[in-house]
Design a protein. Structure first.
Length: 111
C-alpha cells in the first residue's frame, strides 16, 4: 500500500491510497495515516487506486475519522471502485462517513 499526501486549496488535505487496504496494506500505512489525519481539519481520502478493502482497512479509515471528529475535523472518501464501494456499503461505513463518487463532490462537501 502506498500513500501520498497533498495539500489542496482551502486547507484541505488529499490522501491518495494505492494498493490493497487489507491487513498488510493497513499495517504499512496505519501510523502515517493516523499522524497525517490527526494533524488536519479537512481530509479527503482518494480510494480510486484501492483494489481491495478488508475490514482492517475500514478500521483504519473509521479510527482516523473518529479522532478527527473529536476535534470538529472531517474526513470524507471519494473515488471508490464498484467492489470497494460495495464493501463500504455492506459494512455500513456510508452511515458514518460521507462517500462521494468524485473529487469535486468531496471537495465541495469539505468547503
Amino acid at each position: 500500500m502506498q500513500m501520498q499526501v497533498e495539500e489542496i486549496a482551502g486547507g484541505i488535505t488529499k490522501i491518495n491510497l494505492d494498493g490493497d487496504l487489507d491487513a498488510k496494506g493497513s499495517a504499512e500505512i496505519d501510523v502515517t495515516f493516523a499522524a497525517v489525519t490527526a494533524a488536519r481539519e479537512k481530509v479527503v481520502v482518494d480510494l480510486s487506486r484501492v483494489g481491495f478493502l478488508a475490514s482492517i482497512g475500514i478500521r483504519t479509515l473509521l479510527s482516523a475519522a473518529k479522532i478527527m471528529g473529536r476535534r470538529s475535523g472531517r474526513l470524507v472518501l471519494t473515488g471508490a471502485n464498484a467492489d470497494v464501494a460495495k464493501v463500504l456499503s455492506i459494512s455500513g461505513v456510508e452511515q458514518v462517513l460521507a462517500i462521494h463518487p468524485g473529487l469535486d463532490e468531496a471537495l465541495a462537501a469539505l468547503a
